[in-house]
Design a protein around this ligand. Structure first.
Ligand SMILES: Cc1ncc(C[n+]2csc(CCOP(=O)(O)OP(=O)(O)O)c2C)c(N)n1
Length: 328
């Protein structure tokens, strides 16, 4: 995807591609869960299911040479920026064909060809990397923009404020995208984050907006404006996207009733699903029929199955490579 729509116009082709990419992410994540449950994947993973509208809305407003940085919940960001499911599955399985030759795993996928500087398991850690990339773009005189994805839990990290301060002072082309899925692990964010979330970036004079993260078109529209602004020297921005993760903090977090209710989960799944909502819009606008949407889903499923088969059959790295690509 990575098409660049003008801020005001969302053409029907792009709207269809957004549906397709969100569906691909959903199916990838369901399969990642299966890999965990069938003990084929080492370690665990943090599913992005429910939040697809944010990654796809944002990345569809970026160019391929724009950058993103990502989090422990990063598969959706990678796929939205153009990564292939096969190489991602390979990375999850520790295979040589993975994006990091099998040494990064689920939480550290980087895909530089598509502008993905990498996921980071240190909460807030990638804010410095995105801001540094924006600094580099400005110094080199390119018009690239960097997007930093992070959860609202990262608002408790000092680094985020250090770099927002620099970004504002130096008018850097960076957009901080805060995905508020309501929970920091097993704690509601209101128990961990004082005051108004947007008051924080606004204290630095950063352009700050809020968007419904379940509305992929709204996310795309806000991002496109902020990207155009940053590209033309307007400086950093902060986008607060309200969203929800349907699954647990990680795949092992199955019984969640001690920190959130089943009714709450049902409400988001049934009434606020970004893929279903966008599908209804496509049909209502006569951009796609129900058959078209089914075909898109079938194609995405086939792509996931091909990617999975590729990854399962792929070889592990040779043990002699264990000390390669290690930085200290
Ligand atoms: C610096 C740091 N502190 C603590 C952790 C443990 N940890 C992993 S995820 C997480 C909560 C993250 O919540 P949020 O940033 O809102 O992202 P979400 O998981 O909701 O997507 C914590 C505390 C960590 N990985 N890094």
């Amino acid at each position: 995807m990575n098409a660049v729509a003008s801020p005001a116009v969302l053409d029907s082709q792009l709207a269809g591609e957004m549906y397709s990419r969100m569906t691909l992410i959903r199916l990838f994540e369901e399969q990642a869960n299966e890999l965990y449950r069938s003990a084929k994947m080492p370690g665990l993973t943090h599913l992005y299911i429910g939040e697809e509208g944010v990654a796809v809305g944002v990345c569809s407003a970026l160019r391929r040479d724009d950058w993103i940085t990502s989090t422990h919940r990063g598969h959706g960001h990678c796929l939205a920026k153009g990564a292939e499911p096969g190489r991602m599955f390979a990375e999850l399985l520790g295979k040589e064909a993975g994006y990091c030759r099998g040494k990064g795993g689920s939480m550290h996928i980087a895909d530089h060809e598509n502008g993905n500087l990498g996921a980071n398991a240190i909460v807030g850690g990638s804010a410095g990397i995105a801001t540094g990339a924006a600094f580099s773009a400005k110094r080199r005189g390119t018009d690239q923009v960097a997007v930093c994805f992070f959860g609202e839990g990262a608002l408790g990290q000092g680094l985020v404020y250090e770099v927002m301060n620099m970004a504002a002072l130096w008018s850097l082309p960076v957009i901080y995208v805060c995905e508020n899925n309501l929970y920091n692990e097993y704690t509601h964010y209101l128990e961990a984050t004082a005051g108004e979330l947007l008051a924080r970036p606004r204290a630095f004079g950063i352009e700050s907006r809020e968007v419904d993260g379940q509305d992929v078109r709204a996310v795309h529209g806000e991002t496109a404006e902020l990207v155009a602004r940053a590209r033309s020297g307007g400086g950093p921005a902060f986008l607060l996207a309200n969203t929800y993760r349907y699954h647990g903090h990680h795949v092992g977090d199955v019984d969640r009733t001690y920190y959130r209710s089943k009714d709450e989960e049902r409400l988001w799944r049934d009434d606020r699903d970004p893929i279903a909502l966008h599908g209804m819009w496509l049909e209502a606008q006569k951009v796609a029929t129900a058959d078209d949407l089914r075909r898109i889903e079938d194609e995405a499923r086939a792509e996931i199955e091909r990617g999975l088969a590729f990854a399962l059959a792929a070889p592990y790295p040779d043990p002699s490579q264990v000390h390669e690509d290690v930085f200290a």
